[in-house]
Design a protein. Structure first.
Length: 361
């Protein structure tokens, strides 16, 4: 529980601006210039023009053998300046490795989505309850940063968690686990889960998009993935059994929809899926806003088997507090954590685990 004088509002107001566009005055300070190898010459030319001097260090973020390797702290008190393409990807990877305070050479053009200036005021009671319900201080800092971003529109406030998405230290796939990966997309998360659970575990990858299922199968045919235990299932998970309609979205995303151009798809529930005696140890949901329906169709499974839960809570503005609080009301003996995994306003997840399993991972 937070200290009595460490309130939600105070923590929101203290949330630091972790990423911003560099000014010439800031570049006068000792700096590490970060870019891709092919961008080095342009990065140096830009820095010299802006700062009138050489950077203390230039760090290339790619290499022939170890792209995105883990970087040691720059020697001395150096600020990190990002230059070039894929600024969002660069910043997210570095922030997840502990380099949260970054300067951008140019505007990363992160649109001010999922924002509402009155968000904290309008939902104060529920957000205070969520704040009190979080199991650790790191989760509260993540929540405060999200609220600062939502009320200001500036993604620079977002605090990226130090653990990878779906890999919370207390709520992750472990050897022997059986995992439901709902909204499996291109199979990257399913493959990662399968590596974690090993040959004694299994992953059920639910993906209603045929195009995405082809991507998953293609990934699983790669030589280094041949032994992964992943079963691809074409159904969409929901709170009912029957037929629904699935609308393909941009970039491989998709969701259940009533629009005329949505395609028919088979619906099932996790309660039905587990009714034949299937053991489920972890449920991971990223289903483009259909998380409430999937959870409603999994109540018996959660009550009886008590799996770990990883739930996306960013597809709707109110999911941030609605979904975790609803889950805690139904399953009060679960512990709740919050993680954020992007320098943009996506990839916020609630992580829940039965309290008797805390510290046993």
């Amino acid at each position: 529980m937070p200290e009595a004088d460490d309130t939600l509002l105070a923590c929101v107001e203290r949330s630091p601006l972790l990423r911003r566009i560099a000014t010439s005055a800031e570049l006068a300070k000792p700096s590490a210039l970060c870019c891709f190898r092919r961008e080095s010459a342009a990065a140096l030319a830009w820095f010299r023009q802006q700062a009138g001097r050489e950077p203390e260090r230039i760090i290339t973020l790619d290499g022939a053998l170890r792209p995105w390797k883990r970087f040691a702290e720059a020697r001395g008190a150096l600020q990190w300046v990002l230059f070039g393409e894929r600024l969002r990807t660069k910043a997210t990877r570095l922030a997840a490795q502990g380099h949260g305070e970054l300067l951008y050479a140019t505007d990363p053009k992160l649109a001010a989505t999922r924002t509402a200036p009155d968000y904290l005021e309008r939902h104060r009671e529920q957000l205070e309850l969520l704040w009190q319900s979080l199991a650790d201080n790191e989760s509260r800092l993540v929540l405060a940063a999200i609220l600062r971003q939502r009320t200001t529109g500036d993604c620079g406030y977002l605090r990226v968690s130090r653990f990878a998405e779906y890999c919370h230290p207390q709520v992750r796939a472990e050897p022997g686990d059986v995992v439901v990966d709902a909204g499996a997309f291109n199979g990257a998360t399913s493959a990662a889960f399968a590596r974690s659970v090993g040959l004694s575990g299994k992953v059920y990858a639910f993906e209603p998009s045929e195009a995405n299922r082809q991507l998953i199968r293609r990934r699983l045919r790669l030589p280094w993935n041949w032994l992964l235990r992943v079963q691809v299932l074409p159904q969409a998970l929901s709170d009912s059994i029957g037929t629904g309609r699935f609308e393909e979205g941009r970039g491989g995303s998709g969701k259940l929809s009533d629009t005329s151009h949505a395609q028919p798809t088979e619906l099932t529930t996790l309660d039905q899926f587990a009714s034949s005696g299937r053991k489920i140890d972890l449920i991971s949901l990223d289903v483009e806003g259909s998380e409430p329906a999937v959870l409603a169709g999994a109540e018996r499974l959660i009550q009886e088997q008590r799996p770990k839960l990883q739930i996306s809570v960013y597809h709707s503005l109110t999911h941030l507090f609605e979904l975790p609080l609803q889950l805690l009301k139904k399953y009060p003996d679960y512990a709740l954590f919050l993680g954020h995994h992007d320098v943009y306003s996506t990839e916020t997840d609630a992580y829940l685990v039965p309290r008797e399993r805390l510290g046993k991972g």
